[in-house]
Design a protein around this ligand. Structure first.
Ligand SMILES: *[C@@H]1O[C@H](CO)[C@@H](O)[C@H](O)[C@H]1NC(C)=O
Ligand SMILES: *[C@@H]1O[C@H](CO)[C@@H](O)[C@H](O)[C@H]1NC(C)=O
Ligand SMILES: *[C@@H]1O[C@H](CO)[C@@H](O)[C@H](O)[C@H]1NC(C)=O
Ligand SMILES: *[C@@H]1O[C@H](CO)[C@@H](O)[C@H](O)[C@H]1NC(C)=O
Ligand SMILES: *[C@@H]1O[C@H](CO)[C@@H](O)[C@H](O)[C@H]1NC(C)=O
Ligand SMILES: *[C@@H]1O[C@H](CO)[C@@H](O)[C@H](O)[C@H]1NC(C)=O
Length: 467
């Protein structure tokens, strides 16, 4: 690539807005087990390719798929699509094993812990390297690969560069909480950030009401008539009866608050579930109508506020709290990963809007054993595998975080070297920067994207100089 061409990129990228994403679906046979040599089973990993912008053996922009259908990430990573024309890049979106259609044993993939044991980040990274090696054959000369990812996908893109620097030249890791692991950050940080988001979206009123709601739930659901009333008032699909049902309900509520904060985007989206612009503000506005301290009154208002999340389309007949509110993301696979490698200690207390809950690894491991029959001996295998806070030996990574994203608490917020760079956007939720440009984007995101373009251009310039 010519230097002058790179200079033009900054100018060109802003012109290209893409409305609909289309791609060719492909499959590659990959080994189930990249590491043992005792298992020769292969399965089909799905990936999407768009080569319409690719020419002159330009770079490969490679999305490292995370916990869900790859469609979700291909269609919510508009930034990559906007970059491709100017960089003449090949777009590739690779699906993570055990999600979407990339199920090693079809619909039996989750039925037995022996089959599930191949669901690890290291196997997934090895799949991506395997696919990249194959894609490299498209071109006579070698082409540089830039990995992109958001959230767990961002962790994977950073780890791919760290572990396999000869396969991937650089990585853009957006909202990647690579430090949300034992001993690296406080277990309360995630819930403190959620509380902060609700606080600043509501002139400090909302967290106080939510904090009160937990005891209101306890009081109201302590009688069978109260449980019946709440089930009807909130239009729950299954009436609350047992203590486990109440536990399921409070877990569900916590997850809804987390998801509202993550998807607190400045425009309407359909990422986790369909949501209006600034959903946390909309939620809190609905909650305020109440000043009464009657628990039923508070819960009735809370039910109305929750419909921002559960019923924005107006098509929800009843609310199923036993279903994770994660929409299309792959809950089963992620639950297994969270029980094995991806153990992210979480707790809550007086500094946040949640009920007190301490982090107890023994208890966590016991619950995981009950669910999955997996013996988890240590909580910090990710720290050992990927090096924890030590980023000195790697290079060419951008870590970006919005400070309104609960996951930013486990993110890299300071430059680690002159090529491991941190981008911090104060007013932004979960990987907004990877999404397509939108007129409602704050200037922090616009500036961040310009910065990524400059840095990626510099990485590529260096690559072509050295190869
Ligand atoms: C690549 O994406 C663009 C924009 O969505 C689309 O016009 C084009 O047809 C796509 N190419 C392929 C091969 O799908
Ligand atoms: C799994 O797929 C097979 C064949 O497609 C089908 O017969 C079976 O009912 C499916 N099982 C489940 C649990 O969905
Ligand atoms: C969802 O909204 C529609 C339209 O307002 C309403 O008829 C329906 O009862 C709501 N569903 C729930 C579960 O609240
Ligand atoms: C929902 O998704 C989030 C982020 O993708 C993940 O952290 C969480 O564990 C998921 N919840 C369940 C119940 O799968
Ligand atoms: C929560 O825990 C803190 C100590 O961490 C304690 O001071 C406080 O009273 C507890 N709050 C409730 C509501 O139990
Ligand atoms: C942690 O959980 C285990 C197993 O459930 C329990 O025996 C232990 O008392 C708990 N520890 C604390 C500090 O609560």
């Amino acid at each position: 690539m010519e230097i002058t061409f790179i200079a033009m990129i900054l100018f060109l990228v802003h012109v290209q807005l893409i409305q609909n994403y289309s791609y060719i679906t492909k499959y590659i046979e990959v080994p189930l087990d990249h590491f043992s040599f005792t298992n020769s089973y292969m399965f089909k990993l799905r990936y999407f390719v768009n080569d319409s912008y690719w020419s002159d053996c330009g770079p490969i922009f490679f999305y490292t798929g995370n916990e869900g259908n790859i469609e979700t990430f291909a269609e919510n990573s508009g930034f990559m699509w906007e970059l491709a024309p100017a960089f003449r890049a090949l777009l590739v979106f690779a699906e993570h094993r055990y999600y979407g259609e990339s199920l090693p044993f079809g619909n039996a993939s989750f039925s037995n812990p022996k089959r599930l044991g191949y669901l690890t980040s290291s196997q997934a990274l090895a799949d991506y390297v395997y696919l990249l090696q194959y894609l490299g054959k498209y071109c006579k000369k070698e082409n540089p690969v830039i990995a992109f990812g958001g959230s767990y996908g961002g962790m994977l893109s950073a780890w791919l560069r760290m572990k396999y620097p000869s396969s991937v030249w650089g990585a853009v890791a957006s909202s990647a909480p690579i430090w949300q692991f034992q001993g690296l950050v406080s277990c309360e940080i995630f819930n403190k950030i959620i509380t902060f988001v609700f606080d600043i979206s509501s002139l400090h009123k909302c967290p106080k009401i939510i904090k009160r709601s937990w005891s209101a739930i306890r009081v109201v659901t302590s009688t069978s008539s109260g449980r019946r009333w709440l089930s009807t008032d909130w239009k729950l699909c299954k009436a609350l009866t047992t203590p486990e049902d109440i536990h399921t309900l409070t877990d569900w509520l916590e997850e809804v608050y987390g998801n509202l904060a993550m998807a607190n985007y400045p425009y309407e989206t359909d990422f986790i579930v369909p949501l209006p612009a600034h959903p946390v503000k909309v939620f809190c506005d609905r909650l305020f109508c109440s000043t009464s301290s009657e628990p039923e009154f508070l819960l009735h208002q809370l039910g109305k506020a929750l419909s921002v999340y559960t019923n924005y389309t107006g098509n929800t007949r009843c609310i199923d709290v036993s279903q994770s509110p994660n929409g299309s993301l792959g809950d089963i696979g992620w639950d297994f990963q969270a029980c094995t490698e991806m153990i992210m200690p979480m707790c809550s207390g007086d500094l946040d809007m949640f009920e007190n809950e301490s982090w107890n690894f023994t208890k966590y491991a016991e619950d995981c054993y009950k669910k999955w029959k997996v013996g988890v001996r240590r909580a910090d295998s990710v720290v050992l595998e990927y090096g924890g806070k030590d980023l000195k030996t790697t290079s060419n990574i951008i870590f970006s975080n919005g400070l309104l994203d609960p996951w930013s608490g486990g993110g890299v917020l300071n430059d680690a070297s002159d090529s491991v760079l941190a981008v911090v956007m104060p007013d932004v939720a979960h990987h907004l920067d990877l999404r397509a440009s939108n007129p409602a984007d704050p200037s922090s995101v616009r500036n961040a994207r310009k910065f990524y373009i400059r840095v990626i251009s510099e990485w590529l310039q260096k690559y072509y100089k050295e190869h």
